[in-house]
Design a protein around this ligand. Structure first.
Ligand SMILES: C[S@@+](CC[C@H](N)C(=O)[O-])C[C@H]1O[C@@H](n2cnc3c(N)ncnc32)[C@H](O)[C@@H]1O
Length: 268
């Protein structure tokens, strides 16, 4: 509790007033991630593998952007910092603990952008949502990693829509806008996202399940795995909440060596 309180208090002054309301949720996530570290380890390993595959398949390594960087657990930021000229982390909130970790590791080429990437503001202003248009201003953009933020965009937008008396139809619209935004980028994209959740008891019986993408079809996946977001014992002795997560690569143009291999394979 003391560490949480310190992280909360230290994060408030370094967070824009518009986003201070999200600090508590981010500290709660930090706290849960520490408690559930062993249950989440496999999920984080899968995420790191997917990112490494995207980096090794990429053409250049100038700027990489991580959307929903959060606690920087899903993404091997130290490796990215060594491999790329510039690493840009984008989230509603960058906790004091994350800022301290970046400084302690001496990651001098890591930049932080505090930003709502949902596109909700566009919809509220009755405009077509273009939540990732700001990435067009990022010079030498070679790789964008959407790091388990897509379902959270949906959840946040659903809450805001309810509070503003707007239709829940905006939720799938914003999920689509994120995917379309990624597809429209002049860069390789590694999408990590949970697509569904289920509540499971100790016998493996499923008591509840839901589509986290609200009917929007995800892109073809390169990998799929389960993430026990709330393992048994965290919130209940008898039930756990398990998310299905996928990794996808978008916009990737094969490197010359890969094209030669593919052509050779085609003619064989
Ligand atoms: C499940 S966490 C992802 C964890 C993170 N990738 C990591 O490695 O620790 C979701 C993250 O998305 C961020 N997020 C949720 N909605 C967002 C929005 N509309 N704009 C920007 N970030 C958002 C949250 O603040 C949180 O850090």
């Amino acid at each position: 509790m003391i560490l949480e309180a310190l992280n909360y208090l230290a994060s408030l002054p370094v967070t824009a007033s518009l986003h201070r309301g999200f600090v508590r949720g981010s500290v709660n996530l930090w706290s849960r991630a520490r408690r559930c570290a062993s249950a989440w380890a496999e999920h984080e390993r899968h995420c790191h593998e997917a990112v490494r595959a995207a980096v090794s398949g990429g053409r250049q390594r100038r700027t990489v952007v991580v959307l929903g960087s959060g606690l920087v657990r899903d993404v091997p930021v130290e490796e990215l910092s060594r491999q790329f000229d510039t690493v840009v982390l984008v989230d509603l909130v960058h906790l004091a603990s994350v800022r301290l970790w970046i400084r302690a590791k001496g990651l001098k080429n890591v930049r932080l952008i505090e930003r709502d990437i949902s596109g909700f503001a566009d919809i509220a202003a009755q405009k077509e949502p273009e939540p990732l248009a700001f990435l067009r201003q990022v010079p030498y953009l070679d790789l964008v990693i959407s790091a388990n933020v897509l379902s959270q965009i949906g959840i946040g937008a659903g809450r805001k829509a309810e509070a503003a008396g707007l239709s829940q139809e905006i939720v799938p619209r914003l999920i689509s806008a994120h995917l379309d935004g990624l597809r429209g980028l002049p860069a390789d994209v590694c999408l990590l996202t949970d697509i569904a959740f289920k509540v499971v008891d100790r016998t493996g019986k499923v008591h509840q399940d839901a589509d986290l993408l609200h009917g929007i079809a995800p892109p073809a996946e390169a990998a799929r795995w389960s993430w026990p977001v709330i393992p048994t014992g965290e919130a209940s002795r008898d039930y756990q909440v398990v998310h299905t997560v996928i990794a996808s690569r978008l916009n990737c143009v094969p490197k010359p060596a890969e094209m030669a291999t593919a052509e050779h394979g085609d003619s064989a």
